[in-house]
Design a protein around this ligand. Structure first.
Ligand SMILES: Nc1ncnc2c1ncn2[C@@H]1O[C@H](COP(=O)(O)OP(=O)(O)OP(=O)(O)O)[C@@H](O)[C@H]1O
Ligand SMILES: C[C@H](N)[C@H](N)CCCCCC(=O)O
Ligand SMILES: [Mg+2]
Length: 211
């Protein structure tokens, strides 16, 4: 079985998709977004197809595509859809697979199940994306506690944003979770700048905890 990695984060809008595109590209792998909520803007899968440099067929179809850019449980209710956990079994692909959740760990898929519940069922190793900006110490340490409480394997932390040395160090010291690297804010953000930043910012050998 090839490496399969879940990319999660401390919140929505923190850069999971950009990091996932960079990671899937570096691994020369596949990308899967099980549940997309919000279809009016470019979807996460479309962003990954644009930025990763991977062929279009390496971006797998979502299990659920929901119209409203809301928490998936609510977006599904508005569309009259019930998200069934059984539909979220991990696709088999002939290479490394990067799987991206939506928002943070406690985001609900329906009125009974949250992302963290399916991550615990799978249970694949996780990379936790965390901002470097103020507020991240609390969000990141809480997310790590939630993963540990469910024995979900955590490969390490991917920081996103400009370097804030003490913040990153504080999170690593309190948690004992390794920093895998940091993706700076990129301007312009293109497939080329992303790939270069991933190569410069991450040691692929450290991301060795996948199946
Ligand atoms: N390293 C970066 N450099 C420049 N812009 C970035 C970077 N990371 C993220 N962004 C921008 O920030 C916004 C949010 O990023 P992204 O869509 O990756 O968040 P997300 O965590 O995947 O959110 P969601 O929970 O909706 O999946 C996007 O406009 C994206 O282009
Ligand atoms: C719409 C957004 N971009 C994500 N796809 C979903 C984020 C859900 C967050 C829910 C919450 O934590 O309040
Ligand atoms: Mg995303």
């Amino acid at each position: 079985m090839s490496k399969r990695i879940v990319v999660t984060g401390t919140d929505t809008g923190i850069g999971k998709t950009v990091f996932s595109a960079g990671l899937a590209g570096l691994l020369d792998g596949f990308y899967w977004k099980p549940v997309q909520s919000g279809l009016d803007e470019e979807t996460d899968s479309e962003v990954v197809a644009r930025l990763s440099g991977l062929p279009a067929e390496r971006v797998l179809p979502e299990a659920y595509r929901l119209k409203s850019p809301l928490s998936p449980h609510r977006s599904a209710e508005i569309d009259g859809v019930m998200i069934e956990v059984a539909d979220l079994s991990v696709p088999a692909v002939p290479g490394p697979l990067v799987i991206e959740g939506a928002g943070g760990l406690m985001v609900p898929l329906n009125r009974r199940t949250r992302f963290i519940d399916i991550f615990a069922q799978w249970p694949l190793p996780v990379i936790l994306c965390a901002r470097t900006a103020l507020g991240t110490i609390n969000h990141t340490l809480l997310s790590i506690e939630a993963l540990r409480a469910r024995s979900i394997p955590l490969i390490g932390l991917a920081f996103i944003g400009d370097e804030v040395t003490d913040t990153q160090r504080t999170i690593v010291e309190f948690s004992g979770v390794p920093q895998l690297g940091r993706l700076p804010h990129l301007d312009p953000l293109t497939g080329k700048t992303l790939r270069e930043a991933m190569v410069a910012g991450f040691d692929l050998a450290l991301i060795a905890g996948g199946e």
